[in-house]
Design a protein around this ligand. Structure first.
Ligand code: DX5
Ligand code: ZN
Length: 223
């Protein structure tokens, strides 16, 4: 089964309760929360206070994508705020194994993200210690960017690594996914699909989410 994780980065925060209710009622599986520090990525979003406030609005698992330097300093705060999955970037962690162990010790699922220019091989020695791999399909920082086609090859490599070394680990893709390529990312092995602009930018976000799920779950060749 495919999990759909709408990214609130593309939502209208003046209507955030209604926007969350909309995607939750349309069957979203996770809420994807992009945390940016203006250092690791050239954009700034929100921290634990906002996530803690949003926590009261939804029963969905909170999938926190930390695009920040030194994430180990903040993971306990994000856990306390209600994050269920905490994903850190390989590129931001000198002691990656220590960070993912810390995330798990707090009772959250540990995810590791790789940028488009980071090879899947970087996950070799940590794959047994994590619950989710996030393959970035754009350079992180903004919604609405174009999907980088090299991602498909990387998803296939990540799928093979997961299947042989840690089949329970989830494979998530993030960036530039929509109607045109959702079938391709699923065929390449992704099972958790993050989408920002293609859901919240649609005239009918709930209808769009359902349509995207249908495309994702259609048997290959019929999409
Ligand atoms: C990008 C973020 C994404 C972003 C995806 O840095 O990690 O989660 O919101 O947005 P779309 O789906 O519009 O590319
Ligand atoms: Zn993200």
């Amino acid at each position: 089964m495919i999990k759909i994780a709408p990214s609130l980065l593309s939502a209208d925060f003046s209507q955030i309760a209604a926007q969350i209710a909309l995607v939750e009622s349309a069957g979203a599986d996770y809420l994807h929360l992009d945390v940016m520090d203006g250092r690791f990525v050239p954009n700034i979003t929100w921290g634990p206070k906002i996530i803690g406030d949003l926590r009261h609005l939804s029963k969905l698992p909170f999938d926190a994508h930390l695009m920040i330097e030194e994430p180990d300093r903040y993971v306990a705060d994000f856990r306390k705020a209600g994050a269920d999955i905490i994903t850190v970037h390989v590129e931001a962690c000198v002691h990656l194994q220590r960070v993912v162990a810390l995330v798990r010790s707090l009772g959250a699922k540990a995810g590791v993200a790789i940028n488009p220019s980071t090879p899947v091989e970087m996950l070799q020695d940590v794959i047994g210690d994590i619950d989710l791999v996030l393959v970035m399909s754009v350079n992180p920082g903004f919604s609405g960017q174009t999907f980088l086609p090299n991602t498909l090859k990387k998803l296939r490599a990540a799928r093979a690594l997961i299947d042989t070394r840690n089949p329970a680990c989830e494979l998530e893709v993030d960036g530039g996914v929509g109607r045109k390529n959702i079938g391709a990312v699923v065929a390449a092995g992704a099972r958790v699909i993050v989408m920002g602009s293609s859901i919240f930018g649609a005239a009918d976000p709930a209808g769009e989410l359902r349509a995207l799920r249908k495309l994702a779950e259609a048997p290959a060749g019929t999409r």
